[in-house]
Design a protein around this ligand. Structure first.
Ligand code: FPP
Length: 253
């Protein structure tokens, strides 16, 4: 089946509102070809473009890509620098396409740790696309789920200490208001490429009820076709949210 036929098939059933992707395997993809790891990251940024285009065409509301984790700062300095260069290049090159397609560019993570030459184009694109309603594309940059939960907890504790929040007034909704993903829908589907089967500190709170899709395909080979396949697999799952299958059928969901 070609990609347009797959996309038509995906459209026949409910779409995940929010897809999170752990883009893994750039290094292995490059090493298997005798190339530098950065060649894999570069090819991976082409996958970012293709997957974003496809998600937008399909009408996905939110796509969150794990582009650089808090822990990735400990990689060799030349790889970190290469990734930062690629991010800058991506932000400059994709600007027109993002604006032309009504995409809202968003970012989560400890963004102040990013170098100025990345932070500036990132902030600019976030600001000019802030009113867009087409799809929210979130780049998780210098991101860690535990770091995010700690930041939220710190902010809430500060309010408690200041006497403006009583502990028994803390609800899930209020907690979510303090997460970096504030305003985004819960994650329905997490995709991880390249054979590993773990979350690696990605959207720990937000993916509480997400369906998980693992594929052996390395990220540079993950394109529109593979995204459609992941969504089709998701569409055949029964999401129970703690209820029984019989309860769900009675409720007609
Ligand atoms: C994981 O593969 C991937 C990363 C740490 C970086 C992801 C970056 C990109 C896809 C390109 C730049 C991003 C954007 C948004 C333009 P890995 O290096 O851990 O692979 P390995 O496990 O095979 O070593």
């Amino acid at each position: 089946m070609d990609t347009s036929e797959l996309e038509a098939k995906v459209r026949q059933r409910g779409l995940p509102k929010h897809i999170g992707v752990i883009m893994d395997g750039n290094g292995r993809w490059a090493e298997a070809r005798g190339e530098d790891r950065l060649v894999g990251h570069r090819e991976g940024s082409t996958s970012v473009r293709e997957v974003t285009r496809c998600a937008r065409r399909l009408g996905v509301q939110a796509l969150t890509l794990y582009a650089f984790s808090s822990q990735n700062w400990s990689r060799p300095p030349e790889e970190v620098a290469g990734l930062m260069d690629l991010l800058r290049e991506y932000l400059l090159k994709e600007r027109e396409e993002i604006l032309g397609n009504q995409i809202r560019l968003n970012a989560i993570g400890e963004l102040d740790r990013l170098p100025r030459y990345v932070k500036e184009p990132l902030d600019e694109l976030r600001a000019v696309s802030a009113h867009h309603t087409g799809m929210t594309l979130t780049l998780a940059l210098s991101y860690g789920g535990k770091e995010e939960l700690l930041a939220a907890t710190r902010a809430l504790m500060a309010r408690a200490v200041a006497g403006t929040l009583a502990p028994d007034r803390l609800t899930e909704e209020l907690f979510e208001q303090h997460l970096w993903t504030k305003g985004l829908p819960p994650v329905d589907l997490v995709v991880r490429t390249s054979g590993e089967r773990r979350l690696s500190n990605f959207l720990l709170w937000q993916s509480a009820y997400a369906e998980l899709h693992f594929t052996d395909t390395h990220w540079p080979d993950f394109r529109a076709q593979q995204l459609c396949e992941a969504i089709l697999a998701y569409q055949h799952r029964e999401r129970r949210f703690g209820l029984t299958g019989a309860q769900l059928r009675r409720a007609g969901t």
